[in-house]
Design a protein around this ligand. Structure first.
Ligand code: SAM
Length: 227
């Protein structure tokens, strides 16, 4: 099985099941033209996020790591009328592009984009009582994944779903000796997750246009007081 095969199958799936549209295409084009890295979720992963949020009727969604807003647009599309997405991005250039993309998509009224390091922004979100969130997508810097998990649980309720991207890292996650800070961050994330009694979780490996990586899916079973 080669990478060419993963790419062909991803294209096949996307061609059949993920209809492309101008707003999503242009979000990617504008992001690329502005020099943003192409580290957004793939179209079929974006649709997966949309389906999960939609299936659970999420009205209040939190995202860590906006980039140019591609996954945020998928998530905003899952919201019912009156729903809200809060998304956090540290890089002002990415945030500017995301803002333009939200306007073009027509979802700017339901997207609350916060600019700053997530660990500094999250206490404000808690203080403003914007939670509990029904669905939380963790996709920012991997070193801080253990902290993001703790915050996600804090801002959840029983029944919230947390999804964390990039938790396989081309298989390096199984290498305890890895010197990669991102790998070590993700490994600590698994340790915290395994010891956390208020959630039940799994992770799956994924291949495709984004290479070999994986997603963790976490169901919060016990609400947090702060949520
Ligand atoms: C993988 S990208 C997000 C992709 C996006 N979710 C999508 O699929 O379209 C990760 C983003 O997290 C942002 N980021 C990195 N460290 C951060 C931090 N400490 N706080 C908030 N955002 C951060 C990066 O600037 C980058 O835009």
């Amino acid at each position: 099985m080669t990478e060419d095969c993963w790419l062909a199958v991803d294209r096949y799936i996307t061609d059949h099941l993920v209809s492309s549209d101008a707003a999503l295409e242009s979000a990617l084009q504008v992001s690329a033209a502005a020099g943003l890295r192409s580290i957004n979720v793939s179209p079929n992963q974006g649709k997966l996020l949309f389906l999960m949020a939609k299936a659970m009727g999420a009205r209040n969604i939190l995202e860590l790591g906006t980039l140019g807003g591609y996954s945020a647009i998928w998530l905003a599309r899952a919201l019912p009328a009156g729903g809200r997405l809060v998304t956090i991005e540290v890089d002002p250039t990415c945030a500017d592009i995301a803002r333009q993309n939200f306007l073009r998509e027509g979802c700017a009224d339901r997207v609350d984009l916060r600019v700053g390091p997530a660990l500094e922004v999250l206490p404000h979100i808690e203080a403003e009582r914007l939670g509990p969130f029904d669905f939380i997508f963790i996709d920012a810097d991997k070193v801080n994944y253990p902290h993001y998990l703790a915050w996600a649980i804090k801002l959840s309720r029983a029944g919230s779903l947390i999804v964390a991207d990039n938790v396989v890292r081309e298989g390096a996650v199984a290498d305890a000796t890895s010197r990669d800070a991102a790998v070590q961050g993700v490994r600590r994330f698994y340790s915290v997750l395994a010891a956390e009694p208020r959630v039940t979780a799994t992770a799956i490996q994924t291949v495709g246009v984004k290479g070999y990586d994986g997603l963790a899916v976490i169901l919060v079973t016990e609400g947090s007081e702060a949520g």
